[in-house]
Design a protein around this ligand. Sequence first.
Ligand SMILES: Nc1ncnc2c1ncn2[C@@H]1O[C@H](COP(=O)(O)OP(=O)(O)OP(=O)(O)O)[C@@H](O)[C@H]1O
Ligand SMILES: [Mg+2]
Length: 368
Amino acid sequence: MSKKNFRDVISTSRIVVCCGSGGVGKTTTAAALAMQAAEIGRRVVLITIDPAKRLADALGLSDLSNEPSRVQHECSGELWAMMLDARATFDEVIRQQSRNKQQEQAILTNPFYSNIASRLSGSQEYMAAEKLYELFNDDRFDLVIVDTPPTREALDFLEAPQKLMNFLDHRVYRWLVMPARGGLRVLNFAAQPILKTIGRVIGADVLADAINFFQAFEGIEEGFRQRALAVQTLLKSQDSKYVVVASAHHDTVQEAIFFTDELARVGTPVTGLIINRLQPKFGKGSASASITAARKADKEGDTELAALHRNMAHLRHIMQAEEATLKPLLDAVRSALVVKLDQRAQDIHDLHAIADLGRDLVAATATR
Ligand SMILES: Nc1ncnc2c1ncn2[C@@H]1O[C@H](COP(=O)(O)OP(=O)(O)OP(=O)(O)O)[C@@H](O)[C@H]1O
Ligand SMILES: [Mg+2]
């Protein structure tokens, strides 16, 4: 069922993910939605990525931690916030899934693990999905709001669990873990001709670390697979809602269309579109009406009034140009809730300003 306004979205959803290109206001609107949800009594946790320093301070996020902390804010619900630390999340998952301390240590201290945990593409995205799943299942919270990084890859986390499952089923992976199953020793395995060749290229130590890693991993992949399946099911369920944030610039509109198409492609169509940082509206007339009024004032000798009308015409031109820029995006999100927010006179860095923007955001009824 489509939502009437963002109050509906934050009162009924369990997960809200905000995505969009750089600087459009993902972090600000994610925080604004979280605050409003807490004000209507929900226990909300905001996962944020790289907030501006002053906003991080306002949210009490100056200490990097992979755990949510309570934000000092008076409301009938609760507001919590955290910054995602992908590496720490990966370590937590390994700890949970390992059969014993020995296996846990073998993996966590393996140099190859360090490499994939912090650098391999896809692992960051998978860990974002993991954390989301963990917080979704945490009894302390009934709504998780997620801010995402400003890249097209931000949506990769939707497919990361499937990629992990594919990897665990992959021939090469199965072959790498095989010797542990067959009771063969790593050294013997590494002596196989193909691996000797690989070892010559990437270095024997690196290869030995990789083989050790996959063998240490043996036995916990089933846990990983189950978990990846559960994470994927959650991300694609009705509990998860996706919000695209955009501004009225050609590039951000193109990016927002990309996000909208991508969400539809993976089966999680966009619930809401927030168009942020718009030129505020001035009355109902058009730019040309203001020009006519300016000419009339000129004729009547009122130069100040004429200048005012000309300023108004300029601002209305910008507004009309913004509307034209936004048209393809509005066409692309036909069934989504669309809400527009004006550019404020100042940057939005403290809880007071965020709450203010949030009130406008949740109260606004859908526009086109
Ligand atoms: N409606 C608004 N009026 C005025 N300033 C705004 C508005 N929305 C956001 N801002 C300001 O714009 C800047 C960018 O906002 P924000 O950090 O939320 O964007 P973002 O999409 O998360 O950026 P990034 O892609 O870098 O993560 C911030 O300084 C914020 O205070
Ligand atoms: Mg941001």
